[in-house]
Write a new protein. Structure first.
Length: 150
């Protein structure tokens, strides 16, 4: 009986170290073009929306943005997933984009048991408000760290 308890103690102490090791596997790196829309009748300020294969983002003229991504973990044991976004100016296909910043970190979530979780983040940044008219592209990146990534 003591050997079984010792096994579980060792497993619980060693497993988190393996889960939190940083391998930095890129799970998603996707770019989308802006579509300007008025979300509600009578809304004076339009928003730019960006559609990704697993979610969407919007940016308004005040420099506020929201991002919603569905991230699927494909293993039983856990891994740490992080999401980020950046905005820039590019051609209609969002190739040869001039990015205005490094990636803006949004979320960090531990996912286990083949879970699919929503990564939701928002912020308001002054430089996005100042350059709102120029923003035509957005890029999202999801990374996974730990031994149990895809």
């Amino acid at each position: 009986m003591k050997s079984i308890k010792a096994f579980w103690v060792v497993l619980l102490l060693v497993l988190p170290m393996q889960v939190w090791s940083d391998t930095g596997v890129i799970i998603q790196n996707q770019t989308a073009t802006a579509k300007e829309v008025n979300l509600f009748v009578g809304q004076s300020d339009p928003k730019k929306t960006f559609k990704f294969s697993n979610g969407e983002a919007w940016l308004d003229a005040n420099g506020s943005f929201e991002v919603r991504l569905e991230v699927k973990h494909h293993k039983l044991l856990c891994a740490q997933y992080r999401s980020a976004i950046r905005f820039g100016q590019g051609n209609p296909g969002c190739q040869q984009v001039n990015w205005d910043s490094d990636m803006i970190k949004l979320t960090s979530k531990r996912q286990c048991n083949s879970a699919e979780l929503v990564h939701f983040g928002s912020n308001t940044l002054d430089y996005l408000a100042q350059r709102y008219g120029e923003m035509t592209c957005a890029e999202v990146k999801v990374t996974c760290s730990g031994k149990f990534c895809r």
